[in-house]
Design a protein around this ligand. Structure first.
Ligand code: C5P
Length: 397
C-alpha cells in the first residue's frame, strides 16, 4: 500500500512549483492528494492537480465530497504526512493561531499526521514579526519547516521568502516518511509477459502470463530510485511513468531488446514467460482449415533461444541475474537446477496452476540462491517485487 502525502496548496505565485512537488512524490512511490485554498484556485484551476494526481481535489469546507460527509476529518486521517507547499504567511498565521476557517486549515488542525510547511512569500512578510513569531510557535509545536531560500522574488524584491527547491522538498518528505531509495544510481532491466510465436497472421502459440509480476518489479525498482527498462511481451498493462518500456512480441524480439540493454544493467530480472518453441515456418497468409493444410494439423517447432541462459553466460562481475521458475511441483528442486543451468544468482520459484501464479494479484514464492532458500509467504506481487529487490540489494557489492 502506497503511503499518502496530502499536499496543501495555498495562493501564491510559487504555486506552479507544487506541480513538480506532486510529480516528485509520485515518482518516489507516494500517493499525492491535493487540498487547495480558495485563493490558490485563483492562480491554478483544481483540474490541473486532479489530472496530475488522478484524485479528487478538495477545496471548499462545504463542498460535496461523494460518500464523505465530513471531508476534513477523512482527509486528515488518510494522510501519512501533510505538507503545505507553498504556504503563505496568511495560512501560517491561521494555523499558528488555531484558526480553521477553510478546508485546508481545518484539515491541518484535525490531522495527527506530521505537518510540514514550506513557506513562500515576500521578504518583508517573511521577516515580519508576526510571521517570525507564528513560525516559531509552530516549530515549538513540532511542525517541520522546509525553509525558504534567499533570492529573486516574484515581486521583484531580493531576499528570503522563495519556496525551497521542489527536489529538496520531495527528498525531505521521502526521508521523513521512510520510503527506501536504496537503488539510486542502479540500472535495472526486467523482462515480463508472455511471448507470442506466430503460426500464421491470425494464429499464434503463447501462454496466459499477465505481466503483472514484471510490471510490479519495474515499478518497485523505479520507486526505489533505479533507472528501469522493462521489456514486455504482449500484455494489457499501460506503460509505467518514468520506466523505459520496450514492447515486443516474439522471443527473438525479446532477446534482441534485452541483448542491447543487458551489459549496462546492474540487476536483471527475467520474469517473462518466454515460449520455449516457435513454429519453424510461419505462414505469411492465413492457413485454411478446410483445405486440411498439414501445416495447421501438425506444426513443426524449433526451440527458442533461452534469454536468461544467454545473458547468464554473458554476465559480468557485480551484475546480478535473477530468473523465475513457474512450476507445478518440486519448486525448490527445479529452481536449483535452473540456477546452475542458466548461471543465475537467484531463481524465484513459484507454484502455478490451480488458480495460482498466472494473472493473479498475489503470489507465494521461494528465492533459491547458491547457498540459501528464502521462503516468501503469500503476498501481493508488489510486495514480492520489493522482497526480490531487498534480496538483490543486500547481495550486490
Ligand atoms: O526453463 P524455464 O523456461 O522454466 O525457465 C524460466 C526462466 O527462464 C524465467 O526466468 C524465464 O524468463 C527465463 N526464460 C528465458 N528464455 C526462454 C525461456 C525461459 O529467458 N526461452
Amino acid at each position: 500500500m502506497k503511503k499518502t502525502v496530502l499536499v496543501g496548496v495555498t495562493g501564491c505565485v510559487a504555486i506552479y512549483k507544487a506541480c513538480e512537488i506532486v510529480r516528485g512524490l509520485q515518482k518516489a512511490g507516494l500517493r499525492a492528494k491535493v487540498v487547495m485554498t480558495e485563493h490558490a484556485t485563483e492562480f491554478v484551476n483544481p483540474a490541473l492537480f486532479r489530472a496530475l494526481t488522478r484524485e479528487p481535489v478538495a477545496v471548499g469546507l462545504f463542498d460535496d465530497a461523494p460518500g464523505d460527509p465530513i471531508h476534513h476529518i477523512s482527509l486528515s486521517k488518510e494522510a501519512d504526512l501533510f505538507v503545505i507547499a507553498p504556504c503563505t504567511a496568511n495560512v501560517i498565521g491561521k494555523i499558528a493561531n488555531g484558526i480553521a476557517d477553510d478546508l485546508l486549515t481545518t484539515t491541518a488542525m484535525a490531522t495527527t499526521a506530521p505537518l510540514v510547511i514550506a513557506p513562500a512569500m515576500n521578504v518583508n512578510m517573511y521577516e515580519s514579526a508576526a510571521n517570525q513569531e507564528n513560525m516559531a510557535t509552530l516549530k515549538r509545536r513540532g511542525v517541520r519547516f522546509i525553509d525558504s531560500e534567499s533570492g529573486y522574488l516574484a515581486c521583484g524584491d531580493v531576499g528570503k521568502g522563495r519556496l525551497a527547491d521542489p527536489d529538496v522538498i520531495v527528498s525531505e518528505i521521502v526521508e521523513m516518511i521512510g520510503v527506501k531509495r536504496d537503488l539510486e544510481g542502479k540500472r535495472v532491466l526486467v523482462t515480463t509477459g508472455p511471448t507470442i510465436e506466430p503460426i500464421d497472421p491470425v494464429r499464434f502459440i503463447s501462454n496466459p502470463s499477465s505481466g503483472k509480476t514484471g510490471f510490479a518489479l519495474a515499478e518497485a525498482a523505479r520507486e526505489r530510485g533505479a533507472e528501469v527498462c522493462l521489456v514486455a511481451g504482449p500484455v494489457a498493462l499501460d506503460d509505467l511513468p518514468d520506466v523505459e518500456t520496450v514492447r515486443v512480441k516474439t522471443a527473438l524480439e525479446m532477446l534482441d531488446a534485452v541483448s542491447r540493454r543487458f551489459d549496462g544493467s546492474d540487476i536483471a530480472v527475467f520474469s517473462a514467460a518466454v515460449s520455449d518453441f516457435r513454429p519453424k515456418d510461419p505462414s505469411a497468409s492465413k492457413l485454411k482449415k478446410d483445405a486440411c493444410d498439414s501445416r495447421l494439423s501438425s506444426i513443426e517447432l524449433v526451440e527458442n533461444p533461452d534469454i536468461l541462459a544467454t545473458m547468464g553466460a554473458r554476465k559480468h562481475a557485480g551484475q546480478l541475474v535473477v530468473g523465475f521458475a513457474a512450476e507445478t511441483e518440486d519448486v525448490v528442486e527445479n529452481a536449483r537446477k535452473k540456477l546452475v543451468k542458466k548461471n543465475a544468482d537467484a531463481i524465484v520459484g513459484n507454484l502455478v496452476g490451480d488458480g495460482k501464479g498466472f494473472g493473479t494479484d498475489d503470489n507465494e514464492a521461494v528465492i533459491v540462491t547458491h547457498d540459501d532458500v528464502v521462503r516468501i509467504p503469500l503476498m501481493s506481487k508488489r510486495e514480492l517485487a520489493d522482497a526480490i529487490l531487498d534480496w538483490a540489494r543486500s547481495n550486490q557489492a
